[in-house]
Design a protein around this ligand. Structure first.
Ligand code: SAM
Ligand code: SF4
Length: 354
């Protein structure tokens, strides 16, 4: 094997590692971890059949037992090896990463690894306020929050929790503390929150945060995804151009997932992440480590590479580096959403780490 760090067979150089620190979550977003079958079939009120009574029973998720979750020492060792092979960006996610006890300790250790240039966290923002200062002092560079609605009832319907006010406060606190830039993700789903697009753009502008609109992907635990629920990038843009003058921004780097625009007066930026209508697989430089130590070379991978076993069964750093290089060689050319050959992975977004 030639020594090009982590390069796949399509010449893509891996620079970005996303780490899920827990598969658990305190929210029940209906596009991710729906609380009930009824919630996962959120389009049912518009269809002919009434929901059966069993559909309102809470779904029981099977979280990985704690002994199967990587320890902080294991994560840090893995990242040190990956950084030695050219990984520069880290994003901690989950599940809800803030649920993992003592998260600032992990951040403190990761931020000091040679080669790591950017350390970000994606969170639903619930409970952020109790940890914000410790996260900041530990060396966290950036925060991304998720916020799908500015309407209390709709927020509750989409996340299963009455948490809008708290999430808004978290976003404002993060901004006042100096986390920058702050990004706010909203998954846009037809008939649910697509009519809120202009309000969400106005919110981003007013609060000086970057809104990122994400197309709904078939990674929901309820397996209720249907193409007709996806609001494509073009549709989102058409809608936004009715209210705003948005000018396209160039790419900051080749592997950028979002296409970006800014308001004509330069005040505020939005991005659209369009993996369904406009896949960006050709430039993808990301790999993912699940909370239980499985490496995934694509969100939609059907195969995982077991690094927990290697980390726990005495493999040397050299052996782990070799295994990582080999795993990256199997990185898929791209996903097949929308094609007849598409198979939804068994593990869904919260278990993979979004
Ligand atoms: N719990 C944290 C949060 O919600 O920000 C981090 C994990 S969550 C899985 C990461 C991101 O994935 C969130 O912004 C969420 O909106 C997004 N996501 C989850 N399920 C999705 C789906 N089916 N399609 C598109 N995005 C999804
Ligand atoms: Fe939890 Fe995030 Fe999934 Fe919502 S999107 S259920 S907050 S992991």
């Amino acid at each position: 094997m030639t020594d090009k760090g982590l390069q796949d067979t399509f010449g893509r150089q891996i620079r970005d590692l996303r780490i899920s620190v827990t598969d658990r979550c305190n929210f029940r977003c209906l596009y991710c971890l729906p609380e009930t079958e009824e919630a996962s079939n959120f389009y049912r009120p518009r269809s002919e059949d009434p929901a059966p009574a069993s559909a309102t029973k809470k779904i029981r998720y099977h979280w990985k037992p704690r002994r199967e979750i990587l320890t902080y020492e294991e994560i840090v060792r893995f990242v040190r090896i990956a950084a030695g092979l050219g990984v520069q960006k880290l994003r901690l996610t989950g599940g809800e990463p803030l649920l993992r006890p003592h998260l600032p300790e992990l951040i403190h250790a990761l931020a000091r690894i040679q080669g790591i240039q950017d350390l970000a966290l994606t969170s639903n923002g619930f409970g952020f306020q109790h940890q914000a200062q410790a996260l900041y002092e530990a060396g966290l560079d950036r925060m991304t929050f998720s916020l799908d609605s500015l309407n209390r009832e709709r927020f509750l319907k989409m996340t299963g929790r009455d948490g809008l006010e708290e999430v808004l406060q978290s976003i404002r606190l993060a901004r006042s503390m100096g986390f920058a830039p702050i990004k706010v993700n909203a998954v846009i789903i037809r008939g649910l929150n697509d009519h809120e697009l202009p309000d969400l753009v106005a919110f981003g502008r007013q609060e000086s945060v970057i809104m990122r609109f994400i197309e709904f992907m078939p990674l929901d635990a309820g397996k209720a995804w249907q193409r007709e629920h996806v609001v494509s990038r073009q549709e989102m843009l058409n809608r936004l151009h009715q209210d705003f003058t948005l000018l396209p921004l160039g790419q900051q780097h080749a592997a950028e997932t979002a296409q970006r625009w800014q308001h004509a007066d330069g005040q505020g930026e939005i991005g659209i992440i369009a993996p369904v209508s406009s896949p960006f697989c050709g430039q993808c430089n990301r790999i993912r480590l699940t909370a239980d130590g499985q490496l995934r070379t694509c969100l939609f991978s059907l195969k995982e590479h077991d690094f927990k076993l290697r980390l726990r069964e005495g493999s040397s750093d050299h052996d782990i580096a070799q295994a990582l290089k080999e795993a990256v060689l199997s990185k898929e050319k791209g996903h097949a959403i929308g094609q007849a050959s598409f198979v939804q992975p068994e593990r869904t977004m919260s278990f993979i780490g979004g």
